[in-house]
Design a protein around this ligand. Structure first.
Ligand code: PEP
Length: 254
């Protein structure tokens, strides 16, 4: 059975006090919730990773992820953080390839391929994001675009690496826009992604990798999206900044 995941990307929101409070609120709200086979991940901004992670009494089911890292081991890269630095505070989950990183910071598939390699060399677990822009979908190029993002960033991996990988399909036109892919559109793309992975890495790898949907998921639409057979959870932006909404999403996948 594939692992289900509800992951919250907090982006550049919340100071240290607000980050700690949101994490503790989520922790308190899941106390009586059974979360079989579900990973719960939150991704505060870099400076808040340590204080959030090291709060006493936080529910041990809550995992922390960083939102980005540099591919180099260390060096003259002002403002960047390395995989080793993230791991040194006890955090081993990393989100890579988010569309905001691609759009605003010029991240490319080739650069992301290097980041994925570095993360895996440091025994990190990667949530790898990708997805088409609106023009691609309008021009019916969305399958081609997604296939090439996967090929260019992940096809250098070995079968064994996939145990440490989660895919997050995030159509760019649905991120932070309030516009969601329909459950059918999400399912169609997730099934296609699994086919692409199967063709290169075999059916076993394709069947075990969790594929998350991201793009304006909220408590009103989550249940229907999560019910689709190839959707294994969600990467959540806006709705992850409110503990009630985020916990509702965790409940929606049970
Ligand atoms: C995201 O940032 O990955 C995301 C899906 O955002 P939102 O849920 O706000 O669309």
């Amino acid at each position: 059975m594939r692992t289900k995941i509800v992951a919250g990307n907090w982006k550049m929101n919340l100071d240290v006090a607000a980050s700690k409070k949101l994490a503790m609120d989520i922790s308190d709200d899941i106390q009586n919730l059974k979360t079989n086979n579900t990973r719960i991940i939150i991704a505060p901004t870099a400076i808040n990773l340590y204080p959030v992670f090291h709060q006493p009494n936080m529910d041990s089911r809550i995992e922390i992820a960083a939102q980005n890292m540099h591919q180099a081991k260390n060096g003259a890269f002002t403002g960047e953080i390395s995989a080793e630095m993230i791991c040194s505070v006890g955090i081993t989950n990393i989100i890579l390839g988010h569309s905001e990183r691609r759009t605003y910071f010029n991240e490319t598939d080739a650069g992301l391929a290097e980041k994925v390699t570095t993360a895996l060399e440091n025994n990190m677990n990667v949530i790898f994001c990708f997805g088409e822009v609106l023009a691609d979908r309008k021009n019916e190029k969305h399958f081609k675009v997604v296939e090439s993002q996967l090929e260019n960033a992940l096809f250098h991996l070995k079968d064994n690496d996939w145990k440490h990988l989660v895919l997050a399909y995030e159509p760019v036109w649905a991120i932070g826009t309030g516009e969601t892919a329909t459950p059918e559109q999400a399912q169609e793309m997730h099934a296609f992604i699994r086919k692409v992975i199967a063709k290169k890495f075999g059916e076993n790898v394709a069947q075990q990798v969790s594929i998350l949907y991201g793009g304006s998921v909220n408590p009103g639409n989550a249940k229907e999206i999560f019910a689709k057979p190839d959707v294994d959870g969600g990467l959540i932006g806006g709705a992850a900044l409110d503990s009630v909404n985020f916990v509702a999403l965790i409940k929606a996948i049970q």
